[in-house]
Design a protein around this ligand. Structure first.
Ligand code: UFG
Length: 329
C-alpha cells in the first residue's frame, strides 16, 4: 500500500485520483494546515502531522505500507525567505522524523517531490540533472537538504528513493473537480486566470527586461497529472528493486509570462489587463527542463504537453470554483 503524505494538497490530491483510477491501494495523510478535505475525494484518509512521531508510529503499525510519497512541503519561495525556520521545520525536520519512523517500521521506499529550485541560477538551459545544485533561497535549500538526507539514509540503511525535480507544476484534472487552491496565490497561471475572470484587477508582469525573446520570464509548465503519472513509474521502479534515482520533470519547452497571458486570453475568450512591474526578487530569467533521462529510462512522456491544454484545464477548475474548495456546490 502507498502512503501519500500531503494528499489534500494540489499535487497530492491529483496523485490520489490517479491511484484511485489505477486501483492502487493507498492511504492519504495530511495535517490540513494548507490542504483541503474536499480534495481527498474517495481516498482513505488519516489526519496527522509528520513532525509528530507518534502519528506515524501508529500509522505504520496499523497499515502495511511499502512505499511513501511525500507531497507535504511548504512550497512558496518568497515565504521561505521570510520564514526559513518554518520551512526547515516542516520540509527538513518533518522528513527526518518520517525517515526514522520508516526505518523503525521497515519501510524502505520513498518517492520525494523535489524541485527545479535546487539548481538556482542556471549556467545553461535546458537544465539536465548534472547541472550544479546551488539553491538561491531557503525553499530550494530545504529540498536539496532532503535529497542529500535520502542519499545518506540509502548508503547507511538501504533506503531506496526517487527524487523528482518538478519544474512549474500547473493545470488541473480535466474533469474540473480538482485544482489549485493556495492562500495567498502567487503562481502565474492561477493569477492570470483570476484576472481574466475579473476576480483580480490585473496581472502584474514581474519584469519585461529579461534576456529572453520577449523580455519576460520563461518557465517550463508541466501538467500536474503528468507529474502524478511519473510517480506511478517511480513506484514501479522501486518495487522492481530499482536503485535510487533523481529525475527532472518538465516538458522541455519554455513559455514566457506574455505567452501564458496570451494562452489564457485564447482559452477564456476574455482580455487580461496587464501591468508591467519590477522584477520579483529571486526570480531567474529562464528555467527549462531537460527531461530526457526519465523519458529514456522509464518512457515517461507528458500527455498534456501543450500550454493551451494546461491552461484550459486550470481554467475549467477556476471557472467552476471561483472560491477554490470553499465555493458552494
Ligand atoms: N510572474 C509574474 N507575475 C505574477 C506571478 C509570477 O510575472 O504575478 C512570473 C514570475 O516572475 C516567473 C513566472 O511568472 O517568471 C512564474 O512564476 P511562478 O510564481 O508561477 O513560479 P516560479 O517559477 O517562481 O516558482 C515555481 C514554483 C516553486 C518552485 C519553482 C522552481 O512555484 O515552488 O517553480 O522552479 F520552486
Amino acid at each position: 500500500m502507498i502512503l501519500v503524505l500531503g494528499g489534500a494538497g494540489y499535487i497530492g490530491s491529483h496523485m490520489l485520483k490517479v491511484l484511485r483510477e489505477v486501483g492502487e491501494p493507498h492511504l492519504a495523510f495530511d495535517n490540513l494546515e494548507r490542504g483541503h478535505l474536499a480534495a481527498l475525494g474517495e481516498s482513505p484518509f488519516l489526519a496527522g502531522d509528520l513532525r509528530q512521531p507518534n502519528d506515524l508510529t501508529r500509522l505504520f503499525a496499523e497499515h502495511r505500507i511499502d512505499t511513501v510519497m511525500h507531497f507535504a512541503a511548504y512550497i512558496e519561495v518568497g515565504e521561505s525567505v521570510k520564514k526559513p525556520a518554518e520551512f526547515y521545520w516542516n520540509n527538513v525536520y518533518g522528513v527526518l522524523v518520517l525517515l526514522e519512523q520508516m526505518r523503525l517500521a521497515g519501510v524502505s521506499q520513498i518517492v520525494f517531490s523535489s524541485t527545479a529550485a535546487v539548481y538556482g541560477e542556471p549556467d545553461y538551459v535546458p537544465l539536465d540533472e548534472a547541472h550544479p545544485t546551488r539553491p538561491g533561497n531557503p525553499y530550494g535549500e530545504t529540498k536539496l537538504a532532503v535529497e542529500r538526507m535520502l542519499a545518506a539514509f540509502g548508503d547507511a540503511y538501504g533506503l531506496r528513493s526517487v527524487c523528482l525535480r518538478y519544474f512549474n507544476a500547473a493545470g488541473a484534472d480535466p474533469a474540473g473537480v480538482l485544482g489549485e487552491d493556495h492562500d495567498p496565490e502567487t503562481h502565474l497561471i492561477p493569477l492570470v486566470i483570476q484576472a481574466a475572470l475579473g476576480r483580480r484587477p490585473s496581472i502584474k508582469i514581474f519584469g519585461d527586461d529579461y534576456p529572453t525573446p520577449d523580455g519576460t520570464g520563461v518557465r517550463d509548465y508541466v501538467h500536474v497529472l503528468d507529474l502524478a503519472k511519473a510517480h506511478l513509474l517511480a513506484v514501479n521502479h522501486l518495487r522492481r528493486g530499482g536503485a535510487s534515482a533523481t529525475y527532472n520533470l518538465g516538458t522541455g519547452h519554455g513559455h514566457s509570462v506574455k505567452e501564458v497571458i496570451s494562452a489564457v486570453e485564447r482559452v477564456s475568450g476574455r482580455p487580461v489587463p496587464v501591468e508591467i512591474a519590477p522584477r520579483r526578487a529571486g526570480d531567474t530569467a529562464q528555467l527549462v527542463a531537460a527531461s530526457d533521462a526519465i523519458q529514456r529510462d522509464w518512457g515517461w512522456r507528458p500527455q498534456f504537453g501543450q500550454l493551451d491544454q494546461i491552461v484550459e484545464h486550470a481554467f475549467r477548475w477556476f471557472e467552476a470554483h471561483p472560491e477554490g474548495y470553499r465555493t458552494p456546490l
